[in-house]
Design a protein around this ligand. Structure first.
Ligand SMILES: Nc1nc2c([nH]c(=O)n2[C@H]2C[C@H](O)[C@@H](COP(=O)(O)OP(=O)(O)OP(=O)(O)O)O2)c(=O)[nH]1
Length: 127
């Protein structure tokens, strides 16, 4: 089966809320919430991929911090290794260039959303 390495950002704001992104109908896994990010390309470190993907998807610059989780999930058609990092916005404001919706939520509300299954280990670490 196809295997992809994906990096996701757990972006905190000054109120300790986390940025949640809803996958659109044009994406795979539509209707699931995720940590914004994407596939790691061959010539990149995970941190470089993450900064690039966030610039593309959210139009802002981040500083990438510590690793949160590194876990592999087997979907029916693809195996996703999702590596997540803490991050904060250092320039600009997050806007949804590709996602259906963005939401800043406090940690105690995160589990109310329907997350992509690969994201559950990250949620278990942060809330
Ligand atoms: N960016 C991101 N992707 C995630 C998360 N959880 C999760 O299962 N994924 C999956 C969805 C995709 O199958 C894969 C790669 O993400 P991507 O953001 O590049 O997705 P994509 O729409 O370009 O993927 P594709 O349609 O080209 O296959 O990882 C997450 O929290 N963030």
């Amino acid at each position: 089966m196809k295997k992809v390495d994906v990096v996701g950002a757990v972006i905190y704001n000054e109120k300790n809320e986390v940025l949640c992104a809803l996958r659109s109908q044009q994406m795979s896994l539509p209707g699931y919430w995720e940590f914004p990010g994407g596939k790691i390309e061959d010539n990149e470190t995970p941190q470089e991929s993450l900064a690039r993907e966030i610039k593309e998807e959210l139009n802002c610059s981040i500083e990438v911090g510590e690793l949160v989780a590194d876990a592999t999930h087997e979907y029916p058609n693809v195996i996703v290794r999702l590596i997540t990092y803490k991050a904060k916005i250092i320039d600009g404001v997050a806007v949804a260039n590709e996602h259906e919706k963005l939401l800043w939520l406090p940690l105690n509300k995160l589990k109310e959303l329907e997350w992509a299954p690969a994201d559950l280990p990250t949620l278990a670490v942060i809330c």
